[in-house]
Design a protein around this ligand. Structure first.
Ligand code: GZL
Length: 334
């Protein structure tokens, strides 16, 4: 797995290569005029898809921040298909954009297209998710969360949830994994397992684990199957709120009470997740902040200007127990 090195200044001299961008047409309506009549910076952005509330909030943040910055944004939605992201990146290279940014749907399979961008001296910025590559010059920086830490935080907050619920005896965990091969799925599972192995080797067990692909439909379908195969599950760890919300539908259809018969810990912190928490159906949420737009545009400008940037720009995020949900809801931004 990529060793994300914190705060190394990436030499961006190459990345700052002028790469004169053709004056781009508006692809997405979120184009700017640039400042003082100069050509607006042209940013090519390939988004994973629109699979979850988190993703929609992330897209909104990127588009709003690009408009605010006066950039010409060329935006594409890959519908969670890597081949669509690769062809979008190739088209940005052909168009000669100033900077390419993308959230890679999975960690592997990017070297070839990133080498093409490097050959054309177009700098690449990763946002949200990371890639596995042996050639660290293929991208300048990652703007995103520490998913392994999110997994650890989920394990630690589950301890509080179990104590608060007074759950005794063997903790039988069902795990709804994110998209297979995606950095958040790999790393959240890894972080959660670290806590299990270190502190709960004898009383916690993941009895069933499967991907729900970060979607509500996936969470609902897979949880229904879990309840058939493992009716004695008493905890659900979902890699995102959308899968947890889908799972809640199956838990209730099985005549069980989510948040009581099956304790639920989830990750993201989207509004619907907080609503479910305020209704007592989710017990705790580990926040994963999707509002990356402003930070991303700041980095994009620095990269264009050839200024050094940190190798990993982490997002700040909190953890929420059920009794905090109602008070937090009115101020949630996504
Ligand atoms: C995490 C992001 C994940 C969210 C899901 O940064 O990549 O993808 O947790 C989203 O909701 O689909």
């Amino acid at each position: 797995m990529l060793s994300r090195r914190n705060f190394l200044t990436a030499a961006v001299g190459v990345a700052a290569a002028t790469g004169l961008a053709a004056c781009a047409k508006e692809d997405d309506g979120s184009s700017g005029s640039g400042s003082g009549g100069s050509k607006a910076l042209v940013l090519g952005f390939s988004q994973v898809g629109s699979e979850s509330g988190w993703r929609s909030a992330n897209t909104d943040s990127v588009k709003a921040a690009a408009k605010e910055a006066g950039y010409t944004l060329k935006f594409s939605d890959a519908q969670q298909k890597q081949e669509n992201q690769i062809s979008a990146i190739r088209s940005y290279i052909t168009q000669g954009v100033d900077v390419i940014a993308f959230s890679p749907v999975v960690v592997t399979g990017w070297d070839a297209v990133l080498k093409e961008a490097k050959a054309k001296k177009i700098p690449v910025v990763l946002t949200d998710r990371s890639v596995e590559t042996s050639d660290e010059s293929l991208y300048v920086t990652l703007v995103g969360s520490d998913f392994t830490e999110e997994g650890r935080r989920a394990g630690k907050i589950l301890e509080k949830v179990i104590a608060k619920a007074g759950l005794k005896g063997q903790v039988k965990i069902a795990q709804l994994e994110g998209t297979t091969g995606a950095a958040p799925a790999i790393e959240r599972a890894k972080g959660f397992k670290e806590v299990m192995d270190a502190d709960h080797a004898d009383d916690w067990k993941i009895v069933v684990s499967q991907t729900g692909d970060f979607t509500r439909a996936g969470g609902k379908q897979v949880m229904a199957a879990f309840l058939q195969s493992n009716p004695d599950v008493n905890v659900l760890f979902a890699h995102n709120d959308d899968m947890a919300i889908g799972a809640i539908q199956s838990i209730e259809a099985a005549g069980k009470k989510p948040g009581k018969d099956i304790l639920i810990v989830s990750i993201d912190g989207v509004k619907d997740g907080f609503v479910a928490m305020s209704e007592g159906k989710i017990n705790a949420i580990v926040e994963c902040n999707p509002l990356l737009g402003p930070q991303l545009m700041e980095v994009v400008q620095k990269v264009k200007d050839g200024k050094p940037v940190e190798r990993w720009i982490k997002t700040k995020e909190g953890d929420f127990m059920q009794d905090q949900a109602a008070a937090a809801l009115p101020t949630r931004k996504y």
